[in-house]
Write a protein that binds this ligand. Structure first.
Ligand SMILES: [Zn+2]
Length: 279
């Protein structure tokens, strides 16, 4: 079965971080163009963004959960890819790309120039500039531990889950529990851990939370290993291959026991599971 499209989760955003870091870390921003002010927060003008960024040097490209943060020699920029956002690199002076919202032209330390552009057909992304001395974004500050940046502390996660009566699958989607886990990662990780997504979070044993944390890491590593191009490839075309183990494979044989995978809705989100293997 094909999947409609993939919303960026931790692995896709980590891939975007790695490429952006190659393109922009250490570079000085020469010019910024905001083609579509709807990507900015309400009340923020393109002129203000341009003033805050031009002439600044990018010191690091960081990520927590599904958020990117560009640290500058003064201030920082937060970028969220929403559902369909992506950063691409083009020739300097190349024509405006389809769905282009923001353009950043910069000069690297080796004096080579580059043009990096943010494209977003559905426009659910965000681009927020925070000046030196201002607090980080609230959404960034409220994120729980990031499985790659911080690792998963099994005891701490077990203690956190022990306070939640909600089913484990929707609990994992709470960005304050673990940053960056979305519908795909949660579905795949619970299958790897052989845990039924409907189980109340507080009923999971410490051993099961350990299996779950290894399942999350396995699902992240598996997707990251498939990201080979320069920019994220969103699977949008009908008939495009589904790269996941059980996500989007409802009705097909379980990879473990060969009985058909089931689909149900939990917390309003489609969930695939094997009712025989996941307990
Ligand atoms: Zn099975």
């Amino acid at each position: 079965m094909q999947i409609a499209f993939i919303v960026p989760e931790l692995p896709e955003v980590e891939h975007a971080r790695r490429t952006l870091s190659r393109w922009l870390e250490g570079a000085r921003i020469d010019a910024v163009t905001v083609q579509d002010a709807r990507i900015l927060d309400h009340g923020v003008t393109p002129a203000r963004v341009v003033r805050a960024l031009e002439g600044r040097r990018v010191t690091a490209v960081e990520r927590r959960g599904k958020w990117l943060r560009l640290a500058l020699d003064s201030g920082r920029v937060f970028s969220h890819l929403g559902m369909t956002g992506k950063w691409v690199r083009t020739e300097v002076g190349a024509e405006e790309t389809r769905f282009e919202k923001i353009r950043v032209d910069a000069t690297a330390r080796d004096k080579t120039r580059r043009s990096v552009r943010y494209l977003d057909p559905r426009l659910f992304g965000r681009f927020v500039v925070v000046k030196e001395g201002e607090a980080d974004l609230k959404a960034w500050n409220e994120l729980g531990p990031d499985p790659l940046v911080d690792g998963i502390d099994v005891s701490a996660l077990h203690a956190k889950l022990a306070k939640r009566r909600l089913a484990i699958k929707p609990t994992l989607l709470d960005q304050g529990v673990l940053a960056g886990v979305g519908n795909i990662l949660a579905t795949e990780a619970l299958f790897y851990a052989r845990i039924d997504p409907r189980r109340p979070s507080r009923d999971l044993s410490r051993v099961e939370v350990g299996k779950l944390s290894r399942g999350i890491r396995r699902a992240i590593d598996r997707t990251l290993a498939k990201e080979t191009g320069e920019t994220i490839q969103y699977v949008e075309e009908p008939g495009a291959p589904n790269p996941f183990t059980i996500y989007g494979h409802e009705g097909e044989p379980c990879p473990s026991c060969s009985r058909p995978l089931a689909k149900m809705f939990l917390g309003g989100r489609g969930t695939v599971l094997c009712v025989h293997c996941q307990r």
